[in-house]
Design a protein around this ligand. Sequence first.
Ligand SMILES: NC(=O)c1ccc[n+]([C@@H]2O[C@H](COP(=O)([O-])OP(=O)(O)OC[C@H]3O[C@@H](n4cnc5c(N)ncnc54)[C@H](OP(=O)(O)O)[C@@H]3O)[C@@H](O)[C@H]2O)c1
Length: 383
Amino acid sequence: MITCAPEQVQHLPLPPLPLPASGATRRRLLAVGVIGPGRVGTALLEQLRAAQPRLLRTLGLDLRLCGVVASKRMWLDCDDAELNSRHGGAQIWRPNDLDAFAAHVRGNDGRHALLIDCSASDEVASHYSRWLAAGLHVVTPNKLAGSGPLDRWQAIRAACAEGARFRCEATVCAGLPVVQTLRDLLDTGDELLAAEGMFSGTLAWLCNRHDGQLPFSALVREAHALGYTEPDPRDDLSGLDVARKLVILAREAGWPLSLEEVDLQSLVPAPMAALSREAFFERLDELDAPMAAALTAAREAGGVLRHVAKLDREGRASVRLQVLPASHPFAHTRLTDNVVQFRTRRYCDNPLLVQGPGAGPEVTAAGVFADLLRIAESLAVHA
Ligand SMILES: NC(=O)c1ccc[n+]([C@@H]2O[C@H](COP(=O)([O-])OP(=O)(O)OC[C@H]3O[C@@H](n4cnc5c(N)ncnc54)[C@H](OP(=O)(O)O)[C@@H]3O)[C@@H](O)[C@H]2O)c1
């Protein structure tokens, strides 16, 4: 017989978990170098510095920030100990040299070392496979490796076979657990059938607000003024960034998709693509008629207009405006929310959904940080 405990029973607090030994047996040192101290990189540096004492105390993880490199300059902790301690970090700089930076972080004492690329640089991404082959772990929110040339991506995967790890959670929907969720599904034996999502907060906001009250161009101007768009809104409206995220997800699922294979509908008419930014803004109202027509068509079909990226296991990939039924989960997203829906063998009738804010330096940095911690968890303790 099962009996319920009476409500007034006092719950005794659980005994505290044994703290990890702080001695050498459990302590792991991880040397870290940050590439790209921009918006995300700066937020990450703040998060790392704030978490260092806690991670050492609770996990025995000794994170050592060894250097920072920007596009022109780099700062290494070895440069001047006295200056460094006086200024709370490296203050003197030398010219950017990515390989010298990587060698400095790696050291020559066999320690665990990790590089975090918070740039949007293709040049930096082209170094990953070499760094991984040399035993450095790499974490990044930079989409250019995951969505760039397929042979470069394959070289990165091959380099990981030597033991170093590459993680890129924040490349898709920033801090939302999208890549990790997909990996967990696949690692536990599930099979991806299709993925569908709204991967652009800007386009989600524009679609949510585009109800016919204001012309589409007015909404683009408003989004620009609010800082929701890139400095040049065509970078959002072209859908290219969304296509990159779709390619990253496809490759994570083991499907060798290339960016050129994505059926990409740009919301920027071809003649406006080559204009200067100022001229583009002057002619912005040329977007109004096609967008108004798309809205009318959606309404006549009893649906809503959304900007959707789609992928299936037959290798079809598309990024375009779509009419969705009003009952579709993507019809009810909030403001700039990103959303992704995985249809798998296990989550077949009722797909698995991840939804929430998909941009911003702090949440992106937190996604990068979480990747770092997953790698750190797997590190062996050096005797
Ligand atoms: N911001 C977001 O909400 C968000 C969301 C998801 C993903 N991401 C991705 O995160 C990355 C960073 O975004 P962000 O907004 O922080 O960009 P950002 O503010 O423009 O910062 C980029 C940084 O990269 C550095 N950099 C450029 N080329 C470099 C090179 N060759 N070597 C070393 N450093 C180099 C720049 O150096 P200088 O300072 O010298 O110019 C700058 O510090 C991008 O890949 C972006 O797509 C961003």
